[in-house]
Design a protein around this ligand. Sequence first.
Ligand code: AMP
Ligand code: ZN
Length: 495
Amino acid sequence: MALELYNTMGRTLQEFQPIVPGKVGFYGCGPTVYNFAHLGNMRAYVFQDILKRSLRFLGYEVTHVMNITDIGHLSGDADDGEDKMVRTANERGTTVLEIAKFYTDAFFADTDRLNIERPSIVCKATEHVEEMIELNRRLEERGHTYMAGGNLYFDISTFPDYGKLALLNLDELKAGARIDVDENKRNPYDFVLWFTKSKFENQALTWDSPWGRGYPGWHIECSAMSMKYLGEHFDIHTGGIDHIQIHHTNEIAQSEGATGTKWVNYWLHNEFLVLDKGKMSKSSGGFLTLQTIIDKGYSPLDYRLFLLGAQYRSQITFSWESMESAKNARKSLLKAVSRIVASVGDRAKNSQTMTHEAALRALPADSSAKPYLERFKAGLETDLNTPKALSELQGLVRDATIPAEDAYTALVAMDSALALKLVEDAKAATVAAPESDPRIEALIAERATAKKEKNFARADEIRNQLRNEGVLLEDNPSGTTWKRLSGTAPGGSLV
Ligand code: AMP
Ligand code: ZN
């Protein structure tokens, strides 16, 4: 089966075909760094991470670009309100750049804790204003812009495909369906490419430009930076569903308006995480952050597991009950993984990643781990169906009939895509048993005798019996030592 992704452009499930075989260029809208990211934002970044790691699991080489918005994003996406960065800097009596640095660091500290891999390229808007000016110049040359009230605007009437992504009806737009406060606009859906003397005169950071000293609109940064790092035509662009209507619609108009050709092949959007009470948003004040759940005793990876329990296109409701279930599910997963890790001994020493193909090559042709691996892959290939993939992973690690070596290989490959750090955390959970246990020691002695008498069947039987009890034997030159896996009741079963 081939990878199929739901393309918002066209609203269909489509087979993924990269522009360059074996390679994927992918741009994901990054954070506006005026506040901590909330748990809903983190859903968008876990989604980007799963997309990237799944593509790699399937054998693609991925270049992932993410922007940091540190300028130009107003509180209303349609050029209304105040600049979010400036507002916070003024409230705190500090500078925009200090605010940006603080919240960018906080953002990456959170993504690290969620085991989200850093993007291949992280680019800040304030460091790419030249590229934005250049793109605006190209738009001007091609007749897509006008000046009004000191601002440079994109004229949507010059771009017949405007609104295609959001399925907007241009005739309705012309009638002025949206209430807009900016009287300079010829059409309420026109948008600012460059601000100069407008109501935002108190802007902290400004640059010289052909249209006067000022600063860029929000949307132009994503067009300029994605094209700089991925070229004028690339494979995938992601963001939350809230970006379809305005931000991504405007990004497309700018990018395709400037180049005259298709910009992005696949548009992927994650649904929202909501609270029982409704939407979670930065501006509404009381929002939950990763630190909130850590303070309540949960691991960030419990939250990651909670998110993977839903496909990225379904809305999910955050609740403490579901966090509790996720915590228990991860605990039980770790116990099952601990047993596999203990059985493969030294192989688990170096954490590694593995593609689907490498795992298939490493497994015996008739391995009973293969069907799990294949169903796992099929799950991811069906528009990143993580709940399906997760249930195959859970089935694999709990299936005691699979030889531990094979289960380990499949597990490493699966966790390369889901990144729940299962092997690493299971290893950390394995602790030496401090106590002595006459029954276990008697069995070890019996095993040593069996081995001397070349009764290997009995020796293996004893090792397996103890392993099933969560007791791991280690043979070394001076004899056999044993340790209990953590979370195992003495003499009890692991799973
Ligand atoms: P922002 O920093 O506000 O630009 O948002 C960062 C990312 O989070 C964007 O891709 C948004 O679409 C996404 N996002 C915002 N709120 C939520 C939410 N409640 N659930 C999921 N994604 C969200
Ligand atoms: Zn963007």
